[in-house]
Write a protein that binds this ligand. Structure first.
Ligand SMILES: [Zn+2]
Length: 323
């Protein structure tokens, strides 16, 4: 998930001497020595891989470069969500009398996270091959972000509107439209250029903040902030937003390397924090899925309907103040 200044039409880059030879004879380069398509963050001054064959790219996962944490954070994420996919479908859900819809929802959620983790790890592993490979993997990486966000929204729409099939279907449809728009935008030839940096950010921000609409709708239909279900779940939604926003802040600000150029080349750079925040956010989304699934195993739709009928909506009930 790295924003690169991909410049086309340049003459082939002439390799410069590496600053270090790491394991498997893999050379590591300083920022000025890498080809333009790998450049993008001059405050990461060293530890770059470049001009590697696919085989050496795979081997480079086992050496310390400035991509090691980026690669492994999401490779381990891929392992984690593959484990969840199997554990949820073959143990946890059957043990808790899950229905087909629960299996489908958990499968889609875990699969979206798996796809995102795979594309991201693949991009960081193989982008150092060539400009063509870098562009292909970057497109996959960015598409993976959209798919990963879909994995967060899907169980939200399914369980938040568990008792209201119209809105459940409407929000799922809206989510697929948003993902479609993101993927279509990525097909544009200018999408990866620096000119579109702001548009890319705006698109993702719109995608993230669009989630506020169904959340507030859910709060209203459940009976306001005073309802136990809302009080159980709302703090978890806020934690989710804090994690994603924190990750986004690292991504945009390029902190801490902007303040400490060259000091966090291998460990602690902004992109690594972004990866870790996304991994935790997906793990948290999975936890939220488990909590809300458990809720609907012990509550029925009639109870919620009854509550809504008893407390017809007003500003007071919305704010949780009963009169
Ligand atoms: Zn990344």
């Amino acid at each position: 998930m790295k924003m690169l200044d991909i410049e086309t039409g340049l003459s082939p880059h002439q390799p410069e001497p590496p600053t270090k030879i790491a394991g498997f004879g893999i050379p590591l380069y300083s920022y000025p020595a890498i080809p333009p398509f790998l450049q993008g963050n001059p405050n990461i001054t060293d530890g770059y891989r470049a001009h590697l064959s696919p085989k050496l790219c795979v081997k480079s996962a086992c050496i310390l470069s400035n991509e090691t944490i980026n690669i492994w954070s999401h490779l381990l994420g891929l392992v984690l969500f593959t484990f969840y996919q199997l554990y949820d479908n073959f143990y946890y859900l059957p043990e808790n009398r899950a229905e087909t819809g629960d299996h489908f929802t958990f499968t889609v959620m875990n699969l979206c996270f798996q796809v995102c983790m795979f594309c991201s790890a693949g991009y960081h592993l193989f982008s150092c091959q060539s400009e063509v490979a870098s562009r292909r993997w970057l497109r996959l990486d960015l598409a993976g972000v959209s798919v990963g966000m879909c994995g967060c929204y899907f169980p939200g729409a399914y369980y938040a509107f568990y008792c209201n099939q119209f809105w459940e279907s409407a929000y799922m449809f809206a989510m697929f439209v948003l993902v479609g728009v993101c993927l279509l935008a990525q097909a544009h030839s200018e999408y990866l250029s620096n000119d579109w940096y702001r548009r890319r950010l705006m698109l993702y921000a719109a995608f993230i903040f669009a989630g506020v609409v169904p959340v507030m709708h859910w709060v209203l239909q459940t009976g306001g902030f005073g309802e136990p279900f809302v009080q159980l779940f709302m703090p978890k939604v806020l934690v989710m937003y804090v994690l994603v926003l924190l990750g986004g802040l690292f991504y945009i600000s390029q902190f801490p390397e902007k303040l400490f150029p060259g000091r966090v080349n291998m460990f602690g750079s902004s992109h690594q924090w972004w990866h870790i925040m996304i991994l935790i956010a997906f793990g948290w989304a999975h936890h939220m899925g488990v909590v809300v699934f458990t809720h609907w195993r012990t509550h029925s739709c009639t109870i919620v309907t009854q509550t809504n009928n008893d407390d017809s909506w007003s500003l007071y009930t919305f704010l949780g103040i009963k009169v």
